[in-house]
Design a protein around this ligand. Structure first.
Ligand code: B12
Ligand code: SF4
Length: 458
């Protein structure tokens, strides 16, 4: 998709908005999921996706912001609003649709956006006035104009993506003024890049944004960080990058980190390990304040990595990546997926050994989940056990892998988690590491995993 620059239609929208007698009232909703797993529990991260919607829409409309994960609930009577706009991933799609249906029945303009409505826009349009495909920024002028004129289309999909240079600084005020805002993590979500051309077949990003990789000017990202430092009156502010893959362009990534090193901030991010085996990158990450990197190791089986097109992962580099980061004081949240056709009983033992030997601080285990709309979903659809979106949370069993029976698989999956989070294993992985929230996460995981039973995954 090509990129777009400013158009006359933006000026026309401003004129239309100025002529409006009263500003339309929007209710923005982040629905809580129905899952029983530890997804929306405890402290939750501020939803940057809905905040970006609020920031844009708030320039022209009045906004009320509800995050159900904080305990707030959408009122039954929606007469105070003209537009009800809901964000949805697959795990909360059922919830999002129920709210959307209620709002539609009350005659509201209902907007559905986010990953799930984008991937399954035919399904979502049945519940909404309009579905927004992908990011709101690239369709905003057309969408806002149609809302003011009351002339809605079923789907808004951009033929060109806006450059990220035009991205607004998110207005956190919308989230912070909600009653239970103290349940938000103190880490500030921030975005430097969008997209990831690696092309893993189970991931939604390449399907939605193709091979595009866009980034903001480094000065804008650093300015946003400085703004929060001034607002909070301290240098050591914690930022959490929401990027799909912040390190895809080495030059951009290293320049950004050099800038951050001068600010004295702390940060964490999702990262692919394409060039993390280079010691100078890990040194720069540590120097620029990175305290945790979330890395998708996914599997220790080269055939599996090949089959999901995870070209950024080289098994030969795993240990080097880990030791480089550890040598520079960066902790690792390591993601491991199970349920691939190549998995066997041996896969669990291999993963356990890797985690213990390499002292991965915060291992996270999930079950392979083919998300609707991805190439992997199309491939696996005939073998999927269910289409209950509430269970598409990466913690439910989706299909029987070819190499192992369900019972053996699930009992090994439980055992692995319990072993990794036993006190002795925690000590082996964590001894000598800073006493911070990662320790706390391990203690919580010890309690959580000790109660696990294979049945909960079904
Ligand atoms: C950062 C991230 C996280 C963070 C922060 C999440 C948060 N608080 O928002 C953490 C680590 C906490 C997380 C957790 C999870 N995540 Co996550 N995460 C991401 C990631 C990499 C980026 C999301 C993001 O914030 N991007 C930046 C914002 C600005 O962009 P955006 O989300 O695309 O939003 C834009 C548009 O979608 C649109 N839009 C969004 N909502 C709406 C609403 C309306 C009304 C409109 C008009 C437009 C609109 O406009 C927005 C602004 O541009 C995405 C990948 C991706 N690109 O989506 C995965 C992703 C969303 N995560 C995923 C998953 C599976 C999870 C977990 C279930 C994992 C787990 N088992 O714990 C949990 C679920 C948590 C929850 N309750 O939703 C999947 C979801 C797949 C699916 N089909 O549902 C994704 C897509 C990755 C993938 N595998 O493909 N995640
Ligand atoms: S490296 Fe991560 S973000 Fe990129 S396509 Fe693969 S899973 Fe998606």
């Amino acid at each position: 998709m090509p990129l777009e620059t400013t158009t006359d239609s933006e000026l026309q929208l401003q004129r239309l908005a100025a002529e409006e007698k009263s500003r339309k009232k929007w209710l923005l909703v982040q629905p809580v999921s129905n899952t029983s797993m530890m997804v929306d529990s405890g402290t939750v991260s501020m939803p940057l996706n809905l905040l970006m919607v609020a920031t844009l829409a708030g320039e022209l409309f009045d906004i009320t912001f509800i995050d159900e994960r904080l305990g707030d609930r959408v009122p039954q009577d929606l007469s105070a609003y003209d537009v009800v706009a809901i964000t949805s991933r697959t795990l909360n799609a059922t919830k999002a649709y129920a709210i959307a249906d209620r709002a539609k029945a009350q005659g509201k303009i209902v907007l559905l956006g986010g990953v799930h409505p984008t991937m399954l826009h035919d399904e979502a349009t049945a519940h909404a006035t309009s579905v927004v495909y992908g990011e709101i920024e690239s369709v905003w002028t057309e969408l806002a104009t149609d809302i003011i004129l009351g002339n809605m289309k079923p789907v808004y999909r951009a033929s060109t993506l806006k450059p990220m240079t035009s991205m607004r600084r998110p207005n956190f005020g919308y989230a912070m003024q909600t009653k239970n805002a103290k349940r938000y993590s103190s880490r500030i979500p921030i975005l430097a890049t969008k997209g990831c051309p690696v092309g893993c077949n189970f991931c939604t990003t390449p399907t939605i944004y193709g091979k595009n990789y866009r980034y903001r000017e480094i000065d804008f990202v650093l300015d946003e960080m400085r703004y929060h430092q001034e607002r909070l009156g301290k240098e050591k502010v914690n930022f959490s990058f929401m990027d799909d893959n912040i390190s895809f362009r080495p030059k951009y990534f290293t320049e950004l980190l050099e800038g951050m090193a001068k600010l004295n901030v702390r940060w964490n991010a999702n990262i692919s390990m394409n060039f993390l085996h280079k010691p100078e990158i890990a040194e720069l990450a540590g120097r620029s304040g990175c305290d945790l990197m979330s890395i998708g190791f996914e599997s220790l089986n080269p055939e599996t990595l090949k089959s999901v097109h995870k070209g950024s992962n080289r098994l030969d580099n795993y240990e080097t990546v880990v030791s480089n980061l550890h040598n520079n004081g960066v902790a690792i949240q390591g993601y491991f997926m199970f349920g691939f056709d190549n998995d066997s009983e041996e896969s669990f033992q291999l993963t356990y050994d890797f985690i213990l030997q390499n002292r991965i601080e915060f291992p996270v285990f999930s079950l392979v989940t083919p998300f609707p709309g991805t190439p992997y979903y199309d491939e696996m659809k005939p073998r999927l056990r269910h289409f209950d979106w509430d269970k598409y949370d990466t913690y439910h069993y989706m299909f029987e892998p070819k190499g192992i029976t369900t019972d053996t698989f699930l009992s090994n999956f439980v055992k692995l988690q319990q072993e990794v989070y036993k006190p002795r294993a925690i000590m082996k992985r964590m001894q000598g590491k800073p006493l911070n929230w990662v320790w706390l996460a391990n203690i919580m995981m010890n309690r959580f995993t000790s109660k696990l039973k294979p049945e909960i995954y079904l």
